[in-house]
Design a protein around this ligand. Structure first.
Ligand code: LMR
Length: 327
């Protein structure tokens, strides 16, 4: 009798440990945008590749459209282990590091190619580690696109925006950028933007084309000025402890997959932006304004003092490295 009980107990123990070993690692990836945007595409591709190459070892659940968390909450959720990956815009890390604010400086990067040179260079790579003391690890940079200004009045020069209320992301640089042109900036979560524009809580906003189209902002804004005054890119971020504790072979494979997905997202981002721009134009719901060189120069002149204002926080070396990539 005793022998049978012992054998049963041993068998149970064995099967439990087999089950524990066999349980796949779960990666929950939460983000706020539509699946048709570069980040949405990246999330889906990451899931597909992981589940193909690490079948049975890792499962990925992607939660788009702020289904799970907004970008503020997701950073807390990462530390708590409630999600394992997120990709907030680079504008949203000010609470954790001041260095990433470089990405918000208006008119600093000429285009996505310049931005990519910076991200792939030494400084860009160093910045991936800039939040390690806070428990976060940057895994990659993903593009969305250059930002455009939308409003219910035609915003051609800084005088046109003076006195308006614009929605901004959680970023002190973006706050300063808008204050420099006489705007009253309102920090709102992405999921609140459509309503805020529709109900007139704010008059204007800045967004890249894929966000404008996929979230229908062009249906609640009469004009979109093609200012390309800054970039909206993402940091794919994880909990540093979680990442370090992954088995080596799994971490290595995940890193390979991330590198592939990053290449693809960044390759597609510009085309996705242009497609969304065209769809906005075709919809006839808002007018796209092409600015003259002189008009763009006025925005640049009015907003550029923000570089000096934030130089101390960001670091002169970081800003200098960014300036270099335009040449
Ligand atoms: C925003 O809040 O406007 C963006 O950060 C949303 C996003 O993830 O593109």
């Amino acid at each position: 009798m005793r022998f049978i009980a012992l054998t049963l107990a041993a068998a149970t123990l064995l099967s439990t440990s087999v089950a524990v070993q066999a349980a796949p690692i779960k990666i929950k990836f939460s983000h706020v945008v539509a699946e048709s945007t570069p980040k949405g595409v990246g999330g889906k591709m990451f899931k597909e590749l992981v589940e193909k190459r690490l079948a049975g070892k890792v499962v990925v659940e992607v939660y788009p459209n702020s289904q799970l968390y907004d970008d503020k909450k997701v950073m807390e959720a990462l530390l708590l282990g409630d999600v394992q990956m997120a990709a907030p815009s680079l504008a949203k890390f000010g609470k954790y590091t001041k260095k990433l604010q470089v990405f918000d400086l208006p008119f600093l990067f000429d285009d996505l190619e310049a931005l990519e040179r910076f991200q792939n260079g030494d400084m860009g790579k160093q910045l991936l580690q800039s939040m390690s003391k806070k428990g976060y690890l940057g895994l990659a940079y993903w593009h969305n696109g250059m930002k455009q200004l939308s409003g219910n009045t035609a915003l051609r020069t800084p005088e046109d925006i003076n006195g308006l209320k614009c929605r901004i992301q959680q970023s002190d640089v973006l706050q300063a950028q808008f204050e420099a042109v006489g705007v009253n900036p309102q920090k709102l979560a992405f999921a609140e933007v459509y309503n805020a524009l529709q109900t007139g809580v704010v008059d204007c906003a800045e967004n890249p084309w894929s966000n404008i189209f996929s979230k229908k902002f062009h249906e609640v804004q009469k004009y979109i000025s093609e200012t390309n005054h800054g970039a909206l890119d993402y940091l794919l971020v994880t909990n540093a402890g979680f990442w370090k504790k992954l088995p080596d072979d799994i971490r290595t494979e995940l890193e390979k997959i991330i590198a592939e997905v990053t290449l693809e997202v960044n390759k597609q981002a510009y085309d996705l932006a242009m497609e969304s721009r065209q769809k906005v134009i075709d919809s006839g719901r808002s007018e796209v304004l092409t600015l003259t060189k002189e008009e763009v120069a006025k925005w640049r002149k009015a907003m550029k003092p923000v570089w000096d204002e934030f130089e101390k926080q960001i670091g002169k070396d970081v800003i200098e490295a960014a300036i270099q990539v335009n040449q």
